[in-house]
Design a protein. Structure first.
Length: 319
């Protein structure tokens, strides 16, 4: 099998103190890889991160202002493909992950065992020093993603990942705030195989997140991305299930009120239940109709995504 070209992508925001160490720590000899390039995507850093990355011999793609991690990731994937990457590994620039672990991420890609490989900090209890609040949040979102994808994952928030060329080209992401959970939903729904690899992580006391200033804001933004992505891929379930439930409740209220009138020949005191039932029946019926319409648009979107995939394939194959 011919050896492949690997691009190691490092999203960066004010990582001047660590970016050089990360770049220099990237292995230059990996089984199955003939060429390794380093791409730093500087998301409008206000320090000398870009200068330090260039000095360390990395290619730098820079935003003039801070755009957000999701936007930065999409730009990085696009630039890596334009560089001719067969595989792309994304790693943070803050030294939480050891760049020497990159071969562990690359191995399943080289062997053709996965389309995406993600590091898991919790698969074997390796992340023992994770703050309790973050641990709880990770478990909650990982549980949700596992349920929505009908697969079992142990860590869906980790940014240390590897992607095959096919997975990178097929990805279509819309979240500007972050990308980690959206990638799972997008690739699983497109039939891509995702594999987890246990990796150790370091946490630094007092370090503030570059994604969000508060955990509550992160949770709201992330949950919004997850729900909108799930809505687009599973509209019948997203709209139809609540619609059927609301319709059923309204039907039972209406049926009970009708039975009360037939037996006692009066509507007091159940008149309000009757009106509520009629409203819920109407609202539930409209949601079911919306589910059918949304499912129709989903099929149109799938056709558009397939056309977009073929266009991107032609573009990047030439590169």
């Amino acid at each position: 099998m011919a050896k492949k070209h690997l691009v190691v992508m490092i999203p960066c925001f004010n990582e001047e103190k660590t970016i050089t160490t990360v770049i220099k720590g990237i292995p230059r000899d990996i089984d199955g890889i003939r060429k390794i390039d380093v791409l730093v995507v500087d998301d409008g850093s206000t320090d000398k991160s870009a200068k330090a990355a260039k000095k360390a011999k990395a290619k730098v793609f820079r935003h003039s202002k801070n755009e957000g991690l999701g936007f930065t990731f999409k730009d990085g994937i696009r630039q890596a493909l334009l560089m001719g990457a067969d595989f792309i590994v994304n790693i943070d620039g803050d030294l939480q992950f050891n760049p020497r672990d990159i071969p562990k991420i690359v191995a399943p890609l080289v062997k053709g065992e996965a389309d995406m490989v993600t590091a898991s900090r919790f698969a074997e209890g390796l992340a023992k020093n994770v703050p309790s609040v973050k641990r709880f949040g990770n478990r909650a979102f990982t549980w949700l993603i596992s349920k929505l994808t009908r697969q079992h994952f142990t860590d869906t928030q980790c940014g240390f990942r590897g992607y095959s060329w096919e997975a990178a080209v097929r990805m279509n992401l819309f979240g500007k705030f972050t990308y980690t959970q959206e990638v799972f939903l997008d690739l699983v729904n497109k039939g891509m195989k995702i594999v987890e690899v246990p990796i150790k992580v370091r946490y630094f006391k007092g370090r503030k997140s570059v994604i969000s200033r508060s955990l509550s804001n992160y949770a709201i933004q992330t949950l919004t991305i997850i729900l909108t992505t799930f809505r687009d891929f599973r509209p019948l379930l997203f709209f139809g299930l609540p619609g059927i439930f609301i319709f059923s409740v309204g039907f039972l209220l209406g049926l009970g009120s009708l039975g009360y009138w037939l037996i006692l020949q009066r509507t007091t005191p159940v008149r309000m239940y009757l009106f509520t039932g009629i409203f819920l029946i109407t609202f539930g019926f409209l949601m079911i109709i919306l589910a059918l319409i949304a499912d129709m648009f989903k099929k149109i979107r799938m056709t558009q995504e397939e056309l977009l995939y073929k266009m991107k394939r032609n573009l990047y194959e030439k590169k």
